[in-house]
Design a protein. Structure first.
Ligand code: SAM
Length: 274
């Protein structure tokens, strides 16, 4: 499904839902506030029209970047742009900036470097080791794109958004009866080798998927609608069916793999609770 009039996220993000926002929108009900416990690149936030938003993620670097953009707007965009030069697009500079990012405690600099790394690293992959060190290698792009318009668009939209660095279980505790909830957790792996759970140190395991489905089921009994995205596998179907959801299945072309042969359509599902 192509989105003709959609706002593009300014970050490359594994599992980003930019291409699916029309489909997701059709499932989301009415409410005052949209809550996204797994906001990632914020594709759904950017392409919905709620009065307020609560946007959360466990990735502190991601949330800090959003907070700087939200509070500073164009000034911050111009600052980030200074890192996107021809001189900075080589292996030596990339690894120097990556080291600086990992060592820095200066939030504004770290946020600008996070954007630089996102656009210059291999495949836009946001990968940390077990110590929380960002370790994605250099991406070798001839001219990394600086997403100025996308950032400004995000800034304008973010006036009614609250960004928090929190685990989904903490975000869910803040949900009230006028909310609608869209959950896009790290995918269950499709095979033993494919692992999409390394978005941030910590990962997300099967117990977390069960806990999320339980929460969704409980919220639905209180009249709060929850929509969850995931891979369409026998285990996810069984999990959401048992928890009382209705489901829509469809295929989507995945762009996370750098190998074109592996970009086969994979099954996705949307589980709707309530
Ligand atoms: C599939 S991505 C979300 C993609 C997003 N919908 C988009 O369009 O870009 C999953 C997100 O969940 C976050 N995450 C992982 N574990 C989490 C947890 N326990 N609680 C909240 N967020 C978590 C990751 O940092 C990642 O950004």
């Amino acid at each position: 499904m192509n989105n003709l009039h959609t706002s593009k996220p300014f970050l490359k993000w594994p599992g980003g839902k930019y291409r699916l926002t029309n489909r997701i929108n059709k499932k989301l009900g009415q409410g005052k506030r949209l809550v996204e416990p797994f906001v990632g690149s914020a594709a759904v936030f950017l392409n919905t029209d709620y009065q307020d938003y609560l946007l959360a993620d466990t990735n502190q670097d991601l949330i800090n970047l959003y907070l700087h953009l939200q509070s500073e707007g164009l000034v911050f965009v111009e600052y980030c742009k200074t890192f996107f030069t021809k001189k900075n697009n080589n292996e030596g500079k990339y690894y120097k900036f990556r080291e600086e990012f990992n060592a820095s405690t200066e939030s504004r600099l770290k946020s600008a470097l996070f954007l630089y790394l996102n656009r210059h690293c291999y495949n836009g992959l946001c990968r940390y080791n077990s110590k929380g060190i960002f370790n994605t290698p250099f991406g070798r792009y001839s001219r990394p794109y600086f997403p100025q318009n996308e950032m400004l668009n995000f800034f304008h939209k973010a006036k009614n958004a609250e960004f928090i660095c929190a685990s989904f279980s903490d975000t869910i505790r803040r949900i009230t009866k006028h909310d609608v909830v869209y959950c896009d957790p790290p995918y269950v792996p499709l095979s033993k080798t494919a692992n999409f759970t390394d978005y941030s140190a910590g990962g997300f395991n099967w117990k977390d998927q069960i806990a999320l489905a339980d929460w969704a089921s409980r919220l639905a009994t209180k009249g709060i609608q929850v929509v969850i995205s995931n891979h369409n596998t026998p285990t996810t179907r069984e999990l959401y069916l048992k928890a009382g959801a209705t489901m829509e299945n469809f295929k989507v072309r995945r762009t996370i793999s750098c190998n074109p042969d592996k970009r086969n359509p994979v099954g996705e599902l949307l589980a709707v609770f309530g």
